[in-house]
Design a protein around this ligand. Structure first.
Ligand code: NAD
Ligand code: MG
Length: 382
């Protein structure tokens, strides 16, 4: 019976992870969330974890009252979330927090030698080498939960030979605005952006999918996880979200991983790895699917993708800066304070920060984060 801490338990990935954990007969040692103490109460009564943490101190106080009759110990703030990530009894810490708020908990799990199942791509993008080196120094595995990276991870198992990988083929759904011109995107609303064709996800990543910033984050995530350069990653739009990504080896063989668009498959694989067990997900009906389509991404219209590539190539803390700027721009769009096309314009303000340093600490990362957020707010006059 594996023991698993779920960070971001009240979210889209967190709730699906709880389903997987229950079906596999695993145990949730700890659950964490940001502010929703009511939802957390329900989860505590359902999963009976040893610990639960709310990032918000007010929510933690409210939760303490709500679950006073249970044995769950309630922790508070980022420190409380990190404590849950680092519990000695954890076999795995699943980080499903949204945004770079997941960085400190990612580091806590790794520093304490706990295998990290990573959905929170922002912590790897923003933390870069700090996260990778912490994993290496502590000899800890990072298991990808993102569907594309889980696919690549599974495909790579087809060749035990180091150096045989030629390139990665990272698929993108294209989101709700696929095929639209800049002109047609001028007046799109948050409601339009939230209508993702294939996946039901949290609001931030759904907007990132619409702008394709998500694919930019995933490009950087792939470079870190699989030690490749951006030039070794081809991005291809695949509207059906059935082929979750592929790899091409030196001999020209392409191995792909396919499945219905159901996040429980990659979540489960990260949690049961290296084993595979039955899951409630449906099988692909190939005759019904009939065809799969592929297109080059339109990087001129969806320039968030090239922004991320540029940031990664510039190196240093530029990925941190563009990620933080996007978190602000994405939020402002969701709050209807800026337009959809302003998102990439605002993210570009991050490039004016001087942050090319090759080695960095957590404090330096957080300084750049604050600076990038502030530049976005200054630009919109807030
Ligand atoms: P969500 O918004 O549904 O849930 C986010 C969770 O994070 C919630 O439990 C929330 O309470 C918690 N949280 C938010 N701010 C926090 C903070 N400051 N401190 C601590 N906890 C905080 O998001 P989601 O769609 O589940 O996505 C979670 C992560 O997984 C993101 O990084 C996303 O990019 C990635 N991901 C999601 C999907 C998906 O299908 N939803 C797929 C691939 C990758
Ligand atoms: Mg993905």
């Amino acid at each position: 019976m594996k023991k698993i801490a779920i960070l971001g338990a009240t979210g889209s990935i967190g709730l699906q992870a709880i389903d997987v954990i229950e079906k596999q007969g695993y145990k949730s040692t700890a659950l964490t969330a940001n502010t929703d103490s009511k939802k957390m109460e329900t989860l505590i009564r359902r999963c009976k974890p040893q610990y639960a943490a709310m990032a918000s101190a007010t929510a933690a106080n409210d939760l303490r009252i709500r679950v006073a009759d249970t044995d769950t110990k309630i922790l508070s703030g980022t420190d409380g979330v990190c404590e849950c990530a680092a519990l000695a009894e954890n076999d795995i810490c699943l980080n499903a927090i949204v945004g770079m708020a997941g960085l400190r908990p990612t580091l806590s799990a790794l520093q304490n030698g706990i295998t990290l199942a990573l959905a929170n791509k922002e912590s790897l993008v923003a933390g870069g080498d700090l996260v990778k080196n912490t994993a290496k120094e502590n000899n800890v595995k990072i298991l990808p939960v993102d569907s594309e990276h889980s696919a690549i991870f599974q495909c790579l198992a087809a060749s035990p030979q180091n150096g045989s990988l030629k390139k990665i083929i990272l698929t993108a759904s294209g989101g709700p605005f696929f095929g639209k011109t800049k002109d047609e995107l001028k007046n799109v609303s948050i409601r339009d952006a939230l209508k993702h064709p294939n996946w039901s996800m949290g609001a931030k990543i759904t907007v990132d999918s619409a702008s394709m910033f998500n694919k930019g984050l995933e490009l950087i995530e792939a470079c870190h996880l699989f030690d490749v350069t951006p030039d070794q990653v081809d991005i291809i739009v695949h509207r059906e979200s059935i082929l979750h990504s592929a790899v091409e080896f030196a001999d020209g063989a392409v191995i792909a991983q396919l499945g219905v668009p159901d996040m429980r498959i990659p979540i489960q694989y990260a949690l049961t790895y290296p084993d595979r067990f039955e899951s409630p997900s449906e099988s692909i009906d190939f005759a019904k699917l009939a065809k799969m389509t592929f297109f080059d991404p339109d990087e001129e219209t969806f320039d968030c993708l090239s922004i991320c590539r540029e940031a990664f190539k510039k190196g240093g803390l530029y990925p941190t800066a563009v990620n933080a700027a996007n978190e602000e721009a994405n939020r402002l769009f969701r709050e209807e304070k800026v337009s959809f096309l302003q998102i990439s314009e605002l993210i570009r303000t991050a490039f004016s920060i001087d942050c090319a340093q090759k080695t960095y600490t957590l404090e330096m990362i957080e300084d750049v984060e604050r600076e990038a957020r502030q530049r976005v707010l200054n630009r919109v006059g807030i």
